[in-house]
Write a protein that binds this ligand. Structure first.
Ligand SMILES: Nc1ncnc2c1ncn2[C@@H]1O[C@H](COP(=O)(O)OP(=O)(O)OP(=O)(O)O)[C@@H](O)[C@H]1O
Ligand SMILES: [Mg+2]
Length: 214
């Protein structure tokens, strides 16, 4: 299984460059190097740079060339757990409770166990990103992280350290295979060092004129 995981990823910096090229992405060697290392080391890639330099695009190209699902978490001010991680499907839970009552099930703990099971859990991007199978881990794009607040950043730090999330009613959900994480920011504010330390950092510049002409 481990072999399969590794073999589907590029095996060298040149192979990484070639992979990006097949996706129509113009990358310089420095970017291909840091991407190769982040894939090899299974560490998130942290991309900072001006607007329009291709930070978001690289995640899309990577997902399509590696044939992995792309899961995108677009960050914004006020992003909360229910939009980013999970939410309970209240409407479906209510219907289930009514049905249980109608059929005469009176065991409260049984009803509770039933309505707080995975069946009623709505998985938002963070939880989806932790649902990948070995060798088939998705590309998880955390886009424009600088738009969220520090509380959310702290939460992400926890997710990216252990690749797990705790849902109080269900327990801890651990990823069978960590996702390929790409974080982008436009540097409208500084991201905490603790988070950057978990990642491989790269400042994305405009490609040189020669590179673009190629
Ligand atoms: N290196 C590149 N190779 C090929 N296309 C590129 C490259 N960089 C940017 N582009 C093109 O430019 C467009 C903008 O890129 P992208 O959305 O990735 O920018 P960004 O860095 O995420 O900008 P923002 O900070 O505004 O989100 C994309 O549609 C993409 O097609
Ligand atoms: Mg972008």
């Amino acid at each position: 299984m481990a072999d399969q995981t590794v073999s589907s990823l590029p095996q060298s910096i040149d192979a990484t460059l070639a992979l990006l090229e097949t996706g129509g992405y113009v990358a310089d060697r420095a970017l291909a190097t840091v991407l190769f290392l982040s894939l090899r080391m299974k560490r998130p890639l942290f991309l900072e740079g001006e607007a329009g330099v291709g930070k978001t695009e690289i995640a899309k190209v990577l997902a399509s060339t590696l044939d992995r699902p792309l899961i995108r978490l677009q960050c914004y001010e006020g992003l909360d757990i229910s939009s980013a991680v999970y939410e309970w499907n209240y409407a479906a839970q209510m219907i289930e409770i009514r049905l249980d009552e109608a059929t005469g099930i009176a065991d409260k703990t049984a009803i509770e166990r039933n309505v707080f099971s995975e069946k009623f859990l709505i998985r938002r991007p963070v939880l989806q990103a932790l649902s990948g199978q070995p060798g088939r881990a998705p590309v998880f794009l955390i886009d424009e992280l600088d738009r969220t607040d520090e509380a959310f950043e702290a939460f992400l730090l926890e997710v990216l350290s252990d690749y797990q999330v705790t849902v109080p009613e269900l327990g801890t959900i651990v990823a069978a295979e960590p996702p390929i994480v790409i974080i982008t920011t436009n540097r409208t504010r500084e991201i905490h060092d603790a988070l950057k330390r978990r990642c491989l950092y790269h400042w994305v510049d405009y490609p040189s004129a020669e590179r673009e002409l190629e």
